[in-house]
Write a protein of this length. Structure first.
Length: 380
């Protein structure tokens, strides 16, 4: 089966090119502390040798940026960084990486003195002058609040789509074209819909595909495969990441899974009979990165999965996130959300905080909330 890929623009990232019919690049992210240079270099190299086209590293401070300069010297992997709200770090990191990712949803905070347009102009200027590509990475958990308000609460897709299109238009108007877009959600069907709609309107912009917080294998791989089959099979997608919650020291399973899924789809070995069953319990968990503040996070995600198995026949979503940076926002859409701090785990029911509990206390608290939800579902 020959898949006719969308006619996207070429975007050079280090020694590879994304888009324009180039092979679909598989990406991953280091989960080590960025300032642990030896461990981060070892993980970046392991990912590169396994076939990673791009390796992403989280940078949250000037110390992380200093470590990045040394990591750059010690690895030949194509490197990307993920900027959160501290967009000014771009100046420090861009000389050492091949791609900078910004999240439009993070540019609306603290916007008193600078508009989001000013921040994008600054980021594009820094990326352009350092020869970096850019990813406009829209995420379901952190969408422009004004766009969210404009649409009904049950339409989470249009705000993401509008945000991506608006940023593309601005970046294009600045004369910068080395950018890709990602539109990620933890629900594979939403990933399919939002990416299809984007590709209809901007078939020229390369897409980075991923199901965010897909969780632990095998469920995380299955969710991702479901989305990728429907997108890559239709020519949509130029680079991919399979986000899996994995124990440390993390092995390159994300790369193995990504390469296998892409190869299967391109060879016509699709399993589209596999559907994500949204009538069942859904555990979503982040893939972890250098921002994890307590190594017990991955173990906790596994225990949550095990403890909640009794509720598998109920349409309940539990989210388990590794840090305070993305945890609070990314758990909003779950029925029950946990996000991990250094000593405590924060528990939420929908958007309502229920308190912070020790790592040895959280499971019984979660179970009590889950029991109540299951009872309520039984009565419906
Ligand atoms: Fe990293 Fe936090 Fe996202 Fe998990 S939720 S991948 S720890 S930034």
């Amino acid at each position: 089966m020959t898949i006719r890929r969308n006619p996207t623009r070429p975007v050079p990232i280090g020694n590879i090119t994304i888009g324009d019919g180039h092979p679909i690049a598989v990406q991953s992210m280091t989960a080590t502390k960025t300032q642990d240079i030896d461990a981060t270099v070892a993980q970046a190299e392991a990912l590169r040798q396994r076939g990673a086209g791009v390796v992403r590293i989280a940078v949250d401070s000037t110390k992380d940026a200093e470590a990045l300069a040394e990591i750059r010297r010690q690895t030949t992997a194509n490197l990307a960084v993920d900027l959160q709200e501290n967009f000014r770090l771009a100046e420090l990191v861009a000389p050492h990486v091949d791609k900078v990712r910004y999240n439009p949803g993070h540019l609306y905070h603290h916007a008193r003195e600078l508009t989001w347009q000013d921040k994008v102009k600054y980021l594009i200027d820094v990326a352009g002058s350092n020869g970096c590509a850019v990813r406009i990475g829209v995420n379901c958990g952190s969408v422009d609040p004004a766009k969210k308000e404009k649409y009904a609460a049950n339409d989470s897709i249009t705000p993401m789509l509008e945000s991506a299109l608006e940023h593309c238009e601005l970046v294009d108007s600045l004369g910068f074209h080395h950018f890709v877009v990602s539109l990620k959600d933890s629900d594979p069907s939403k990933v399919v819909e939002v990416n299809k709609r984007f590709a209809e309107q901007r078939p020229d912009v390369p897409l980075h595909l991923g199901v965010t917080e897909a969780g632990m294998p095998p469920d995380g791989i299955i969710k991702t495969r479901i989305a990728f089959e429907q997108l890559i099979g239709k020519g949509i997608g130029d680079t991919v990441r399979v986000s899996l919650t994995l124990p440390n020291p993390r092995k390159p399973e994300e790369i193995d899974a990504g390469l296998e899924i892409v190869a299967d789809i391109q060879a016509g070995r699709v399993r589209s009979v596999v559907r994500f069953d949204d009538t069942k319990l859904n555990i979503i968990s982040c893939p972890s990165c250098s921002r994890v503040e307590n190594e017990a996070f991955v173990d906790l995600a596994a225990k949550v999965k095990e403890m909640s198995a009794y509720a598998q026949d109920y349409a309940i979503t539990i989210a388990v996130m590794g840090c305070r940076v993305n945890g609070p926002g990314e758990t909003d859409d779950a029925d029950l959300g946990l996000w991990c701090g250094p000593a405590k785990v924060n528990l939420k029911k929908g958007e309502e905080p229920l308190g912070a509990f020790g790592y040895d206390e959280i499971l019984p608290k979660l179970k009590a909330e889950l029991d109540a939800l299951v009872d309520a579902k039984k009565r419906m």
